[in-house]
Design a protein around this ligand. Structure first.
Ligand code: AMP
Ligand code: ZN
Length: 479
């Protein structure tokens, strides 16, 4: 019965309530249509594992998680690939500077592989703590060197590359669509503003696909190639791995907005020049997390990690709630005051949900439609959260409220099903919990007179008890 309702609702959504997404390439909200009827290929740029992820990075991964959950909520099978950048991302963010991983290895007196492994583990733990669903495929740049070389060979055969003293570069003037994603004005050379200009490059926007190891010192990570010993440029890994695991054209590629003008722009150029096909159908980008009105960034040095928040006593779900309270395309300013607000909201939701008891009824279709309309409209999660409160306020039975909220939680990802009560449950004071437990034990001993007295005491203080066969539930008496 329940499954039947769900299936009917889903079929209805797909037909009449399509998912609409803001596509960076068109700068418009578009109806989402994957290449295959029921499957979505989804690639997200993963972290450069030279240090802990900060909560700004994690905001982007939470947005991508919501996107994936919304697709699954609409019954699509999502094939999700995320890369791990463990070589080639230079401190200059362009083609200059030191390799970030090598720099960390020297600083921490560890091997590059130890650094990459340590921070990959730390990152995956953060994702787990934030209830971010793991990708179907994790892929490391260092384990796909051959695939990257093959791609570079094809670009070379087609005449898109030229060699200068420090590497092999892509000639962006040969790709007329270069910069379309970022709406770059090539005569203004916006990418060149961000990246130090190498005088040997033909155009400031040209980028390295293979860099040579410096003659004067041996790099910690380097590989042989048809062009000499060196390492791949940062962008080529995403093209090579996304094509390997998801095919030449993928449905959705996502990341933070900083990737639009350089990294994703370059991914498009090198991929489309190899295949002659569109690389990505829908590009989605999440806005920045700010701190004191500046972008939070590892290189800026103004960052906070998830562990910092946990050490200050914040449950990772508080940070998830904090992110979900704003739309992914809006800037979000981080302050501890704002985080406290999110803690109150999370606590309230948790308490109200726990107070619904343990039995599950039926999903209320009317609310399900409202909720889906919000999330299918370019991931309108803040609006969807408003529907959550409406369900709680409604006159549905507690069982049906629970069923409906558990269904919504497939998108929200709070794992309400496994949420436990804790001392911070503001609505039910410790004293009442003690009285209720005392009453329950008294009842088990069949001392019903004493149990009734205890119930009276509880009611006098504004709470009531609902009994089940082997348990009970405390509820605040709503006035
Ligand atoms: P990185 O490890 O630097 O490659 O960044 C990992 C992800 O975090 C990328 O998708 C970036 O776009 C994103 N990112 C970086 N800084 C922020 C920020 N302050 N707010 C939101 N996302 C960010
Ligand atoms: Zn990437």
């Amino acid at each position: 019965m329940w499954r039947g309702t769900r299936h009917r609702a889903r079929t209805f959504f797909k037909k009449f309530m399509p998912i609409k997404l803001f596509n960076t390439i068109s700068r418009e909200i578009e109806e989402f249509k994957p290449q295959k009827n029921n499957e979505v290929s989804f690639y997200t740029c993963g972290p450069t594992v030279y240090g802990f992820a900060h909560i700004g990075n994690l905001r982007t991964y939470i947005f991508e998680d919501i996107l994936k959950r919304v697709l699954e909520f609409n019954d699509y099978k999502v094939n999700h690939v995320m890369n791990i950048t463990d070589v080639g991302h230079l401190t200059g963010d362009g083609d200059e500077g030191e390799d970030k991983i090598e720099k960390s290895a020297l600083l921490e007196s560890k091997s590059v592989y130890e650094i990459a492994e340590f921070y990959t583990d730390a990152f995956q733990k953060d994702l787990q703590n934030l209830h971010i669903i793991t990708p179907n495929v994790w892929c490391k740049a260092t384990e796909h060197i051959q695939e990257q070389i093959e791609l570079i060979k094809k670009l070379e055969e087609k005449g898109f590359l030229y060699k200068i003293s420090d590497g092999l570069y892509f000639d962006t003037a040969k790709f007329p669509k270069y910069g379309d994603l970022a709406h770059l004005n090539l005569s203004g050379q916006e990418a060149g503003v961000r990246v130090e200009i190498n005088p040997e490059k033909k155009n400031p926007t040209d980028f390295a696909v293979w860099k040579f190891s410096p003659r004067e010192k041996q790099r910690l990570m380097e590989w042989d190639s048809p062009w000499g010993i060196g390492f791949p440029g940062w962008h080529i890994e995403c093209s090579a791995m996304s094509m390997k695991y998801l095919g030449e054209t993928i449905d959705i590629h996502a990341g933070g907005i900083d990737h639009i003008p350089v990294h994703h722009t370059n991914e498009i150029a090198q991929s489309e020049c190899v295949t002659g096909k569109q690389f990505v159908n829908y590009w989605l980008h999440g806005e920045f997390l700010l701190i004191n009105d500046n972008r939070m960034g590892k290189s800026v040095g103004n960052f906070i990690t998830l562990n910092d928040l946990v050490e200050k006593g914040f449950d990772p779900m508080v940070y998830r709630m904090f992110c979900l309270s704003s739309h992914y395309r809006s800037k979000l300013n981080f302050t501890f005051e704002n985080l406290e607000n999110a803690r109150n909201i999370w606590q309230k939701l948790k308490t109200k949900f726990l107070n619904l008891g343990k039995l599950t009824g039926k999903i209320k279709e009317e609310f399900l439609l409202q909720f889906t309309a919000c999330v299918n409209d370019d991931l309108g999660v803040p609006k969807a959260l408003a529907v959550v409160w409406e369900v709680l306020k409604s006159d549905l039975s507690d069982f049906d409220k629970r069923a409906t909220l558990l269904e919504f939680d497939k998108v929200l990802g709070f794992d309400l099903q496994n949420t436990k009560d804790d001392e911070n449950n503001f609505e039910i004071p410790q004293e009442i919990k003690k009285l209720a437990e005392q009453r329950f034990q008294t009842k088990l001993k069949k001392d019903f007179k004493k149990a009734d007295e205890l119930r009276k005491k509880i009611v006098e203080q504004g709470f009531e008890i609902e009994d089940f066969v082997e348990s009970y539930k405390i509820k605040k008496i709503e006035k």
